[in-house]
Structures are given as C-alpha cells and as structure tokens.
Design a protein around this ligand. Structure first.
Ligand SMILES: Cc1ncc(COP(=O)(O)O)c(C=O)c1O
Length: 411
C-alpha cells in the first residue's frame, strides 16, 4: 500500500494525503466533507487549533511566569473557537460589542476579556462594563472622557501609536504615526495625566499584522518599557504565517523571545496573536464549476465562492496556494476565480494545480484567519459553514446560511 504523505506547513499540522492521494484534515476526507456539508466550507483541524494555542502558552511559560496570551478573536470570531481558546487557558481580545457577545457565549470569563476598538460606542462600552470586562483598552480622548465619567475604578490600558511599523501591507500596518488607532506619542503624557478615576494598568500597542520579522517587537518592548512603570505591557499580535511555501515566518519561540527581551522584571507581558493561532489550522473547500480557457491568455477556474468567503485577496492582494483535493501537485497554471459579479473577484492568480475539472473539490489552505471573520453576503450569497474535524469525526459548529436567513431581518 502506498504511504501517506505529510504536507507543508501551509496546511493544518493535522492534515495529510492518504494512500489514494486524497486530502485528510483532522482525519476526515476532504471530498467526503464537501459532499456532506456542501461547498464552500471552512474546515478546521481542531487539534491543530489547540496545539497552536498550547505552543504559544508553552513558549512564554518556558521563559517567564509573567505573561498572558490573548486570542485576538477578530481573526476567527466563532463561538466554538472562543470555547477552545478559553479551555486552553488563553485570555481574549475583542474589538466590538459583537465579538464580546461571542466571547461570552464561548465561555470566556468576563475578567479575562480585553475590549479594543478605535471608536467604541457608548452602547458598546456600557455592554462591556455591565458584563464585567476585565480591561478596556482606551484608544482616544473621547473614550477616555466617557470612561472617566461613567466607569470609576475600571481597569484600563492605554493604546499608543509607537511610530514603529513592521514591513507589511499598509492596510494592516497600525503602528506608524499616521494611524487611526491609539494615542500618538505626543499625546500619551496628556492622556495619562487625564486619568483620575480609572485604574491605569499599562500600555498597549499593535504595530501591524503578518509580520515576518520579530525585530520590531523587541523595539516595541523597549519603547513601552521606557514609558513608565506599569504592571502590564501589551505588545499586540501580528506574528505572520505561511500563506504559501515561499513565506518563512518566525517561530513562536522567536516571537516569545522578542516579546520578552526587554520586559522589566515582574512586568506581565501580554501578546495578542490572531492569525498565528488559527490561520494554518483551517482550509476552505470549494467545488469547481466553469473552466474557461482563453488560448494564449489564461485559464479561469471558477469556484462556488470567492470574495464573500475570503476578502483578503481583494483587500490586501493576499496570495494563496490551491490544490485539487485528490490530485495534489501538478503544473497547470490557472487563475482561480470567484463567482461574484466583480472582475476583481479573483482568489488566486497564476497558481499551479493538476488539470482542474468541473466537479473537482478545490482546496485553499491557510484560510483559518480572517476568512469566516470577514465573510459577507455580497450578491446574496449565504455564508459557508464552519466544520471542526478531529480524530476522523467532523462536527458543524456554524451551519451554512440559508436563503431564508437572507430575508430574516426584513421588517
Ligand atoms: C489590536 C490588535 N491586536 C491583535 C491583532 C491580531 O493580529 P494578527 O491576527 O495578525 O495576529 C490585531 C489585528 O488587526 C489588532 O488590531
């Protein structure tokens, strides 16, 4: 019998090709999953999500007892994911009232939640306070004044814009001075002075996402540590992942080392990974429909999803790989197109796959972060289900939207 094959780090660690060359995720056959749950579908190797959470916690724990790993839940705001992260002992960062609602539904203790947002509404702040959220991360003077007036004694962090930017797409770079997020360096002292009735526990900064170099985290730690004595320093998230085999992200060990490198003794360092916890643990299954060959130009392989289930290629020019679920490898260079009424609805331009045909299951790896999170109903397309696979068992944790769901809110 032919041996099974393990896959590159772009794929879930708990995935492989079986002896027939068919993709298995969490022990489940991708083609059978497509038949059972339909396509498109987000499929996660549940054990991989847990393993990556533990890897973060263990990397920090090996170096210090003063740390906290927060799940940056914007990457995958799904009740079942919150539940896993809470079970694995992580704390949680939410960026809206909706994410807070999901975090609570997923079982996070409110005091383990950090509430972010550059424009939290009074209603969201009230919700957070009533829920007993542990920390509010103050982003601007408007919010500071509101909290001073309405939330005496509330524990807070102050988000600063440190003027450090990592090498990444401008849309996901947040640490540079010209940013909508946080207090500019010139405003920090004034903001701290203004705090009277709140309990300022520390500073926060997030310099950007999909960072493939840890040096900016060291720089950030040094800067924040020099800005005052606080019990907490939150250095944000942003550790990059491998979307394609060409990406070479730093290890979690290197990330932890960099984050802790300039931490003063006794100060608790917080980090907020999002994509590094879930990105590579998930894949998206699609069904191939039309294959349109334009001789001498290109071949479009159209799938039954697109920018409604993965906005990142359109938003950031993000690059992915793809494979046919039972024919990995191959050298037919094609363009994977979505089914939306936009010429720009292209999931992957010029990717090599094996003779794609109508009816094939096409799989895009590394879609576990910001796929489900950014899913939308463009063209009235119902959003895909989320399937967790472990030990050969598949469970639907979010069902597919129906057409009835699309009219559900009509009044
Ligand atoms: C404040 C904050 N923390 C954490 C993250 C998570 O980033 P990533 O998913 O790249 O780790 C983000 C992403 O936008 C963020 O804005």
């Amino acid at each position: 019998m032919a041996a099974t094959r393990t896959l590159s780090r772009v794929w879930p660690s708990d995935s492989r090709l079986d002896e027939r060359g068919r993709l298995q995720v969490g022990g489940c056959d991708a083609i059978e999953l497509a038949e059972r749950f339909g396509t498109p579908a987000y499929v996660y190797a549940e054990d991989d999500v847990r393993a990556r959470s533990r890897e973060f916690v263990e990397a920090f724990r090996a170096r210090t007892e003063h740390f906290e790993v927060l799940f940056a839940s914007k990457a995958f705001p799904c009740t079942a994911a919150y539940r896993i992260m809470a079970e694995e002992g992580l704390a949680c960062d939410v960026a809206s009232g909706g994410e807070l609602h999901l975090a609570l539904a997923g079982g996070f203790a409110p005091e383990r939640i950090y509430m972010h947002g550059n424009n939290k509404t009074p209603a969201e702040l009230e919700y957070a306070l009533n829920a007993g959220v542990g920390h509010v991360v103050i982003d601007n003077f408007t919010e500071l004044e509101w909290l001073e007036a309405n939330a005496p004694g509330q524990k807070v962090l102050l988000r600063v814009t440190p003027g450090i930017s990592g090498d990444t797409h401008s849309f996901i770079s947040t640490g540079q001075a010209d940013s909508k997020f946080g207090f500019g360096m010139d405003d920090v002292a004034g903001a701290i002075e203004r705090i009277d009735r709140l309990e300022l526990r520390g500073l926060h900064a997030h310099i950007g996402s999909q960072l493939l170099d840890v040096a900016p985290f060291e720089e950030l730690g040094k800067l924040l540590a020099s800005m005052g004595d606080y019990p907490l320093l939150n250095l944000g998230g942003g550790l990059g992942i491998a979307y394609t085999e060409d990406d070479d992200p730093p290890s979690v060990e290197d990330f932890a080392e960099a984050m802790l490198s300039n931490a003063p003794d006794g100060v608790t360092v917080l980090c907020e990974p999002g994509r590094a916890l879930v990105g590579n643990a998930g894949v998206t299954l699609y069904r191939v429909g039309a294959v349109k060959e334009i001789p001498g130009v290109r071949t479009y392989v159209a799938v039954d999803g697109g920018m409604s289930d993965n906005l990142r290629p359109m938003l950031y020019g993000a690059r992915y790989e793809a494979e046919i679920a039972d024919r990995f490898g191959g050298s037919d260079v094609v363009t994977v197109a979505g089914m939306h009424c936009e010429s720009g609805d292209i999931l992957i331009r010029d990717v090599s796959i094996e003779s794609p045909r109508t009816g094939d299951v096409l799989v895009i790896p590394a879609t576990g972060a910001y796929g489900h999170a950014m899913a939308n109903n463009y063209n009235g397309v119902p959003r895909p289900p989320v399937i967790f696979c472990s030990g050969g068992e598949a469970r639907e944790v979010v069902r597919r939207e129906t057409y009835e769901d699309l009219t559900y809110r009509d009044v």
